[in-house]
Design a protein around this ligand. Structure first.
Ligand SMILES: [Cu+2]
Length: 125
């Protein structure tokens, strides 16, 4: 193996490591919902090729307001679905749409795009 081959291999491994980090670690960092007036919990979520944050830690038994702002025109993310709460909404581009759900018990409550391709979840504790 000459120096160029070694360099190409190193760059390749570096890219693989970066991709693995991006998909499995970076997006998995959970955010915590902020508490506001009364019992409310709120969180702002940006929709662009996915949900950011995609994992949100909330307190069980209190209403959670999720403010979704879709910053892309891709049809994939134009709908948001909360199957466990039977809720869905359209997300117009560059507008903030608020959904309120109450995870009654600790557990994981998933949300996804209308085609079930993009995923996120509430982690109720
Ligand atoms: Cu989709």
């Amino acid at each position: 193996m000459n120096a160029i081959q070694l360099l190409v291999n190193l760059i390749g491994f570096g890219l693989i490591a970066a991709i693995v980090w991006w998909f499995f670690f970076y997006k998995n960092q959970a955010a915590t919902a902020r508490r506001s007036a009364g019992d409310l919990q709120e969180v702002d979520i940006t929709v662009r090729g996915g949900y950011s944050p995609a994992q949100i830690v909330v307190e069980a038994g209190r209403p959670v307001r999720l403010h979704f702002t879709r910053k892309e025109s891709s049809a994939c993310s134009e709908e948001i679905v909360f199957p466990q709460f039977g809720k869905r909404a359209r997300l117009p581009e560059n507008r903030t749409v608020t959904l309120e759900v109450t995870p009654e018990r600790p557990g994981e409550y998933e949300f996804a795009c209308g085609m079930n391709m993009l995923h996120g979840k509430l982690i109720a504790r």
